[in-house]
Design a protein around this ligand. Structure first.
Ligand code: NAD
Length: 261
C-alpha cells in the first residue's frame, strides 16, 4: 500500500467529501485522524470501521475549526497519537447564501474562520514537522468558487479564493522541503448534504426532482453529472503519491467543465 506509515489529519471528515478522503487514505495504508461534528455513536462506528476495514489506526478529534486554539491542539494531538503529521487535508467547510446587504456578519465570520482560517492554523502547526522530515502533503478542499463567483455566496467565495491564495503561498515557501500544497476544486459533488436539499427545492420552486437536479444543481456543470466523493478522494490519494511530487501550488478542478466556461 502506497501510504503505509503515513499519518493524515482530515478536517471535516465525519461526512461527505472529507469522510471519503479519510477512508481512501486509510485504504492506501495511512493512519488517519478524523474530525468534524455529528452523532457521537455514528462517528465512533465510522472510526472503528476504518480500523477494521483497512487495518490502520484511526483516531477522532472533535476540534471546532472555528477556534484556532482547538485546531492547533488537534494537530498536536495527532502528532502525539500517530507519531507525526505527514498529510493534512483542510476540508471542513460550511455555506450560507444571502444578498450581501443582508449577510449576517456572524455568518461571514464563521465561514471565514472554518473555510479559511482553520487551514492557516493546521498548516502552521504541521509545517515544522513536515519540513524537518522533508516530506509532507497539504491538500485543501477549495471549490469551483475558488476560481469563479456566484451571487449571494460572498463569504464562501471570498474564503475559497483566500484558500487558493494561501495554498500558493505555502507551496512556494515549502517547495524545497519535499512538501507540496495544492487545492482540489470540486464543482457540484453528490453528498448527503446536496441530496437532502432536493425535496425542499422541489417544493420551493414547484419543480420535479429531475428539474431540480438538471436545471438548478447541474445548470452550470457542462457534463450535467455530479462529481462523486470517491472521484475527489482519488485525486487526494494521487496528490499524496510520489508521482505527484512536482505538483505544488496547483488548483486542480474536478468540476465537469464548470470553470472552463
Ligand atoms: P458536508 O457538510 O457533508 O461535510 C462538512 C464537514 O465539515 C462535516 O464533517 C462537518 O461536521 C464538518 N464541519 C462543519 N463545521 C465544522 C467545524 N466548525 N469544525 C469542525 N468540523 C466542521 O459537506 P461536503 O459537501 O462534504 O463539503 C466538504 C468540503 O468540500 C467543504 O469545504 C466544501 O466547501 C467543499 N465543497 C463541497 C462541494 C459540494 O458540492 N458538496 C463542492 C465544492 C467544495
Amino acid at each position: 500500500m502506497s501510504l503505509a506509515k503515513r499519518h493524515a489529519v482530515v478536517t471535516g471528515s465525519t461526512s461527505g467529501i472529507g469522510l471519503a478522503i479519510a477512508r481512501a487514505l486509510a485504504k492506501e495504508g495511512a493512519d488517519v485522524m478524523i474530525n468534524g461534528f455529528g452523532d457521537v455513536k455514528a462517528i465512533e462506528t465510522e472510526r472503528a470501521g476504518i480500523e477494521k476495514e483497512f487495518g490502520v489506526k484511526a483516531f477522532y478529534n472533535g476540534a471546532d475549526m472555528s477556534k484556532g486554539a482547538e485546531v492547533e491542539a488537534m494537530i498536536a494531538d495527532a502528532g502525539a497519537k500517530m507519531g507525526s503529521v505527514d498529510i493534512v487535508v483542510n476540508n471542513a467547510g460550511i455555506q450560507f447564501v444571502s444578498p450581501i446587504e443582508e449577510f449576517p456578519p456572524e455568518k461571514w465570520d464563521a465561514i471565514i474562520a472554518i473555510n479559511l482560517t482553520s487551514a492557516f492554523h493546521t498548516i502552521r502547526a504541521a509545517v515544522p514537522g513536515m519540513k524537518a522530515q522533508k516530506w509532507g502533503r497539504i491538500i485543501n478542499t477549495a471549490s469551483a468558487h475558488s476560481l469563479v463567483a456566484s451571487p449571494f455566496k460572498s463569504a464562501y467565495v471570498a474564503a475559497k479564493h483566500g484558500l487558493a491564495g494561501l495554498t500558493k503561498t505555502v507551496a512556494l515557501e515549502l517547495a524545497t522541503f519535499g512538501v507540496t500544497a495544492n487545492c482540489i476544486s470540486p464543482g457540484y459533488v453528490w453528498t448527503p448534504l446536496v441530496e437532502s436539499q432536493i425535496p425542499d427545492t422541489m417544493k420551493a420552486r414547484h419543480m420535479t426532482r429531475e428539474q431540480v437536479i438538471n436545471e438548478v444543481m447541474l445548470g452550470g456543470q457542462p457534463t450535467k453529472q455530479f462529481v462523486t466523493v470517491d472521484q475527489v478522494a482519488s485525486l487526494a490519494v494521487y496528490l499524496c503519491s510520489d508521482s505527484a511530487s512536482q505538483i505544488t501550488g496547483a488548483n486542480l478542478s474536478i468540476d465537469g467543465g464548470w470553470t472552463a466556461e
